[in-house]
Design a protein around this ligand. Sequence first.
Ligand SMILES: O=C(O)CCC(=O)C(=O)O
Ligand SMILES: [Fe+2]
Length: 353
Amino acid sequence: MAAVASATSTVPSLAKAVQELATNTSTTPERYILKESTGGKASELPYLDIPILDLSLLNSSSPEAEEELKRLRLAFSSCGYIQAINHGIDTSFIDEVHDVTRNFFSLPMEEKKKYARDADDIDGYGNDTVFSKNQTLDWNDRLYLNVKPENKRKMKVWPENPKNFRQVLVDLTDKLEKVNEILSKAMAKSLGLEEDCFLKQYGENIVSLTRFNLYPPCPTPDLVLSAKAHGDPSGLTYLIPDKEVEGLQVLKDDQWYKVPIVPNAINVNIGDQLEIMCNGIFKSPIHRVATNRERERMTIAVFFTPDPTSEIKPVEGLIDEKNPKLYRSIVDYTGNYFELFQKGERLVNALKI
Ligand SMILES: O=C(O)CCC(=O)C(=O)O
Ligand SMILES: [Fe+2]
């Protein structure tokens, strides 16, 4: 699920990867079975009409730029998601990202376990962090890596196999950081604000972490989720979706919707910290990941998050007599997020005034 945790697991991590459990195609271990219904079969849910935004226009002075900024504002304030196209990242590079992800997860288990996360850590290869005995677990294996700032990299869990893995991850982060700058400025402009106002709140050292997700087929898809409902604790989240297999679902007006796959698009969603900075104008969407009986799914989620020492608060320019401040300020949102998440609550809501 969500971006980051300073959480420590109170129960040792699972011995078996979901990938290993998935080789038993008839039963799902009890620990993964949801106690409440998912609200209907994934295949029967409607699609969410997520606006497709041309990022090359946002960054231009063309007459269409103004129109695209309006669409950006509308998208982020209604569903909290966009499908970003013309983002400046070549299809051949996205293919390379998919290839290194697939090649890593296809390695023999002993090889992958060389990069296993420690029980009390978040970085590395593993599965759902276990906090309590009755927690329902997510049907997912993941490789979680802090990339920025550089001194937060735990190189012992950075794969050296496939050979180009590390370089691809660093390049992906650099490319998306540029996109993040363009989008953060465009978001500010779309609200009539000074263009650096969100980026400033990221502070000295922007945090970037990547989560490589593997969602193996699941024998009981209607009873199991690959990621429980959550909002991301990030500023913005960039998801490189699987090219063929859907799974992401978004909650809007109390209804779950499927997110369609748009060729070459990157899904971008508002995280909780940007919702606070925007004083609630842009919404951090609740989303989850469904399982699939037949097909494996792989995604790559890149989170950009403010420096944990930076104070996050609603931007002054959005506050006046008619529009009061709606959230209290917070330092280290991410570090405070997980405690409430485990209780089924949201920190972003707890900060509401
Ligand atoms: O894989 C997906 O579709 C979404 C993953 C996600 O929501 C997350 O990693 O926070
Ligand atoms: Fe997420």
